[in-house]
Design a protein around this ligand. Structure first.
Ligand code: T46
Length: 134
């Protein structure tokens, strides 16, 4: 399984750092939604789903967390701990987010607006979904 991580360009000077993210440039799709999660309680695992069509880039803009990725055949664990790195997650990838540091802010850039119908929340259904496409 290929893990696609983007290294964003910090525009630093003696005042500090600034990162700018533009759709179709730094982010490989039109950004229709941005959301972020914070104050995640210790031991919490979020996610437990895949999507039918959504593409996303995850950036841990503060603190750190880990992402478990599963394409139905292989799994990978990815650590996000720098505000200048982004993890691309395609629709057909089961994801779980965990090991959030108490100060973690996980920001997500999404290709579509929120749509509960796009979620696959049952793991067996997800495996059938990806196998149909192979
Ligand atoms: C994903 C991972 C990385 C909204 O009303 N609008 C939104 O845009 C989102 C994302 C969520 N919500 C509501 C729906 C739930 O009542 O916020 C609540 C928590 O959402 P959810 O349990 O889906 O959150 P996570 O952290 O399990 O998953 C989220 C995204 O939903 C999902 O698309 O890929 O982050």
């Amino acid at each position: 399984m290929q893990v696609i991580k983007y290294m964003f360009q910090p525009h630093g000077d003696d005042r500090g750092q600034l990162i700018s993210l533009e759709e179709y440039n730094d982010i490989p799709f039109r950004i229709k939604r941005v959301y972020f999660m914070y104050d995640t309680a210790e031991g919490v695992v979020r996610g437990h789903h895949a999507h039918k069509s959504l593409e996303q880039i995850l950036v841990c803009v503060h603190g750190s967390c880990k992402i478990h990725l599963d394409n139905g055949k292989e799994t990978k664990e990815v650590a996000l701990e720098k505000p200048y790195e982004g993890l691309y997650i395609s629709h057909d990838m089961w994801r779980e987010m965990y090991d959030f540091s108490p100060d973690a802010v996980l920001m997500v850039f999404a290709s579509e607006i929120y749509d509960e119908k796009d979620y696959i929340r049952d793991y067996n259904e997800f495996v059938s979904f990806v196998n149909q496409k192979r």
